[in-house]
Design a protein around this ligand. Structure first.
Ligand code: GLN
Length: 238
């Protein structure tokens, strides 16, 4: 069986645990990760939304920053949503003076931490589904529109810079109203990316009933476990 961890220091980790548990995959073990020892048992990890500076402080205090960097550095899949996306980025612009937070890094993107936060705290839209999402196996719960997905943004970041090895999986086109607020705003921003074993989304699939992003991530974990070997022989043999 595969073991997928959800970093459970702060933020919306419970929703990810529920989403993973809703996948039609009997061989999937889901664990909450709070320590380096529990991380070592995982074949892949989700870093949830929340507040990225707080998450970084707690991770530092609990001795998880280096183990997280090693985990991702080995090629074990990591998916960051919202604050998790910021945490995985190589660079973050706070948009406020506080700045200076610690990042795991590894994902060659530059993010604006509160790109959507200042104007709109929370909003929902549908975005075009990338091909990889549309081809997720049958039986995975989703709504009946296949070509798009529900994207929920909660004080969300946006990707302002994308490195050359980064694949763009989602973009958000700003409305005229949003652009009118600030002339320097771009026409569109990137909100979902993949670079090798790293996946990041600015929105929150774990608060919708669409499980395709989770299924896509579990596919990445399964492919990497086949290549790297499983973290533990069997999740039951802990
Ligand atoms: N903008 C927040 C941060 O800086 C993230 C918000 C979220 O995860 N919902 O951490």
């Amino acid at each position: 069986s595969l073991t997928v961890g959800v970093l459970a220091l702060q933020g919306s980790f419970a929703e990810h645990v529920t989403s993973l548990s809703g996948l039609p995959d009997p061989n999937l073990a889901v664990v909450e990760v709070k320590t380096p020892a529990s991380l070592a048992k995982c074949d892949g990890l989700i870093i949830p939304g929340g507040e990225s500076t707080t998450m970084a402080l707690v991770a530092r205090r609990w001795g998880l920053i280096e183990p997280l960097r090693e985990f991702a550095g080995k090629g074990r899949p990591v998916w960051g949503t919202c604050a998790g996306m910021i945490f995985l980025a190589n660079a973050a612009v706070a948009g406020t003076k506080e700045g200076g937070q610690e990042l795991i890094g590894g994902l060659d993107i530059g993010v604006s931490r509160n790109f959507f936060g200042a104007q709109i705290n929370s909003f929902e839209t549908r975005l075009p589904a990338p091909q990889s999402l549309q081809s997720v196996q049958r039986g995975v719960p989703r709504d009946n529109i296949k070509e798009t997905f529900r994207a929920i943004f909660i004080r969300a970041p946006a990707v302002m810079h994308v490195g050359k090895d980064v694949e763009v999986l989602g973009e958000y086109k700003l409305t005229d109203e949003e652009r009118a607020e600030d002339a320097s705003r771009p026409e569109k921003v990137v909100v979902a990316v993949r670079q090798g074993s790293l996946l990041a989304t600015a929105f929150h699939p774990e608060v919708t009933d669409d499980r395709r992003w989770h299924a896509l991530f579990v596919d990445m974990v399964s492919a990497s476990a086949a290549k790297l070997g499983k973290a533990v022989e069997s999740a039951d043999a802990k």
